[in-house]
Structures are given as C-alpha cells and as structure tokens.
Ligand binder design. Structure first.
Ligand SMILES: Nc1ncnc2c1ncn2[C@@H]1O[C@H](COP(=O)(O)OP(=O)(O)O)[C@@H](O)[C@H]1O
Ligand SMILES: [Mg+2]
Length: 85
C-alpha cells in the first residue's frame, strides 16, 4: 500500500494550519474511523505541532529540564527521533 501525502502549507500564520493537521491526524489514526498509521511531519521551526503532540511530562523532563530548546530539536531531529515519544 502506498502512503498518501497531505500537505498543509500557507505563508500566513494563525490561519489554522497546525490545528487542522492535528485534527486530521487524530481523525485518520482513530480506531473508530480509519485506524490508519499516520506520520505527522512538522516543518515549522516554531514546532507547535511537535509540542502539541508531545505529552507535558515528556516535554518537561526530557527536554525543557535539560535546557533543550525548540530550535535545538528542530535542527537536531536525529536526537528527537532517538529520544522522543
Ligand atoms: N476552526 C477554527 N475555529 C476557531 N479557531 C481556530 C480554528 N482553527 C484554529 N483556530 C485557532 O486559531 C489560532 C491559530 O491556529 P494555528 O493552527 O496555530 O494556526 P497556524 O498553524 O496557521 O499558525 C489558534 O489559537 C487556534 O486555536
Ligand atoms: Mg502552526
């Protein structure tokens, strides 16, 4: 089965891109509807989608308490893949 790619892009901020992607990912992954495997890729350096999908504990203990910032996570995604949840 080939993966379907859905891109949500717009230069203007605050128009609901992140909210839409989160809702769409949850809808498609939810077992009551489609139960699809969903990979959400956050290409915005503000990383709002990343932090929104991360639990507060993970953000606090694995990142914030170690002084790791959002720009660090964005630039060093290998670290995030190895340590993220
Ligand atoms: N459908 C909607 N109705 C009302 N408010 C919304 C809707 N979608 C997003 N918002 C709100 O608008 C603001 C910007 O949304 P966001 O998804 O962060 O935009 P973007 O990613 O384009 O910058 C947020 O406060 C969000 O809660
Ligand atoms: Mg956004």
């Amino acid at each position: 089965m080939t993966a379907k790619v859905i891109s949500v892009c717009n230069l203007k901020g605050g128009v609901g891109k992140t909210t839409l992607v989160m809702a769409l990912a949850e809808y498609l992954a939810g077992d009551t509807m489609y139960g699809q495997r969903v990979l959400a890729i956050d290409l915005d350096p503000q990383s709002n989608l990343t932090t929104a999908l991360m639990s507060e504990e993970v953000w606090e203990w694995q990142y914030n308490n170690r002084g790791l910032t959002l720009p660090f996570l964005f630039k060093n995604y290998e670290y995030f893949l190895a340590n993220g949840n």
